[in-house]
Write a protein that binds this ligand. Structure first.
Ligand code: GLN
Length: 456
């Protein structure tokens, strides 16, 4: 009840949700009855979870922020949703997002723009801006987002919450509406590392409905969250931390640099040994990501033809029906991505764009492998700036894309990364949060969660 009251009060200012469930209290009551009957209730019993609107929820709208899916109600739950529900988690509602995950601010949502709880005139980041704002404003306890190129980590940074992008394949993508299938992962938001880690525990593991989900055993992520008082004065002694040189180059705000360097000295105080590492291919990540993500999306989004799902235009003839449904259903950013992707994949340009971007991707993977052989974790800012004003970059897509420089490389390499608050810069009434990104080796979420928990 207290969460719902808070949600009602704050939602008119924030607009984090596209849909709020009417069944929350009824579901909570039925858990109470189970407690009364001494039945086992799960790890997440009664925990309110916000779910990004591109993650399918049974009998609840799931639009991916697009008119093309307005009124679509999936007849099934995404595996991640099914899993947290089995442990007693309750879907509080569906959170706002940039259409199909394409954007960094939520301004590309077809329905509404979400505000940043730290300063209502600023963006919450994106594309999972609704999920980040909802946790930041305590409208729910934890939330799910999706991260194709930073969509969990950048909004976590802008909203001052913890964002966790798991290794590609750790969490099933079944029921996650595809943007770029080789990059997409479902990730977790929480107001602490422990909260995000507990949610990850609930949703991880192999799923026969997603052939790319990993069969690796899932460690008990929750076992790390012991009292930090028990750990002594240098709890991270011997941990090798590599600061990525290319991420502190020009183009990063000074306030962000000093917050990150402050975090680095804190890690040293905790016993870490620090070195600077170079990932020479790092700056190539941005163009490679935008070519690959657009190419994959141009193929994935062909399923929205007005026949199989969602909104259908009225037309006398089949091709006009496809064309009109897509013309009316997709917003401008999505259309631009489809055009860019189709161009990059077309016969005359494939070698110059798509193939080249794939080669860069291999190079980036190799660079990370070398750096992570020599270091336990790598460190960078989560974004080159703090949250900016609504409208500031709306008409300058290249400036907006450039803001993804810190995060896209991690998706290209499929690695896990944790973003957590590490300070403030000036702005708003109380300052604006800055996020620190920790990148780990594939399937080593456990180490990230341990370091993150001790750090915070
Ligand atoms: N901002 C990036 C894009 O628009 C990343 C989005 C995401 O991770 N879904 O593609």
């Amino acid at each position: 009840e207290s969460y719902l009251t808070r949600l009602k009060l704050t939602e008119p200012h924030l607009k984090s949700f596209l849909h709020v469930s009417e069944h929350v209290l009824k579901q909570a009551e039925s858990l109470d009855h189970r407690i009364d009957r001494n039945e086992n209730i799960g790890l997440l019993a009664g925990v309110l979870v916000g779910v990004k609107d591109n993650i399918c929820t049974m009998d609840m709208p799931s639009t991916a922020g697009s008119r093309v899916l307005e009124n679509y109600r999936p007849p099934f739950d995404a595996t991640a949703v099914k899993r947290f529900k089995e442990l007693g988690g309750i879907v509080v509602g569906k959170t706002n997002m940039d259409e199909f995950g394409m954007g960094s601010t939520t301004e590309a949502s077809a329905f509404q723009v979400t505000a940043n709880p730290w300063d209502l005139s600023r963006v919450p980041g994106g594309s999972s801006g609704g999920s980040a704002a909802a946790v930041s404003a305590r409208q729910c306890v934890v939330s799910l987002g999706s991260d194709t190129g930073g969509s969990v980590r950048q909004p976590a940074s802008f909203c001052g919450v913890v964002g966790l992008k798991p290794t590609y394949g750790r969490v099933s993508r079944y029921g996650l509406m595809a943007y770029a299938s080789s990059l997409d992962v479902i990730g977790c938001f929480g107001s602490s590392v422990a909260d995000a880690g507990i949610l990850l525990s609930a949703i991880s593991g192999h799923d026969r409905l997603d052939a790319t989900s990993s069969k690796r055993e899932v460690p008990d992520f929750t076992s790390q969250f012991i009292s930090t008082e028990l750990l002594g004065s240098k709890p991270l002694k011997g941990l090798r931390v590599g600061l990525i040189r290319e991420t502190l180059d020009n183009g990063v705000d000074n306030g962000i640099k000093s917050a990150v360097l402050g975090a680095v000295s804190h890690l040293e105080e905790l016993g870490c040994t620090l070195s600077e590492v170079s990932l020479p291919s790092f700056p190539l990540g941005l163009p490679a990501y935008y070519i690959l993500a657009s190419s994959e999306s141009s193929s994935n989004l062909s399923r929205y033809d007005g026949v199989r799902y969602g909104n259908q235009a009225t037309a006398d003839e089949l091709n006009a029906l496809y064309g009109d449904s897509r013309a009316k259903g997709f917003g401008p950013e999505v259309k631009m991505r489809i055009l860019m992707g189709t161009y990059g994949l077309s016969a005359g340009y494939y070698d110059a764009y798509y193939k080249r971007a794939q080669q860069v991707r291999t190079l980036i993977q190799k660079n990370f492998k070398t750096a992570l052989d020599e270091n336990d974790i790598l460190i960078s800012p989560a974004a080159p700036s703090a949250a900016y004003k609504i409208g500031e970059k709306k008409n300058d897509p290249l400036a907006m894309y450039a803001g993804d420089i810190m995060t896209v490389n991690v998706n290209l390499a499929g690695l896990p990364a944790l973003v957590l608050p590490c300070g403030f810069v000036e702005g708003g009434a109380a300052g604006l949060p800055v996020g620190l990104q920790m990148i780990g080796a594939a399937f080593d979420e456990e180490k990230l969660l341990k370091v993150g928990h001790i750090f915070e």
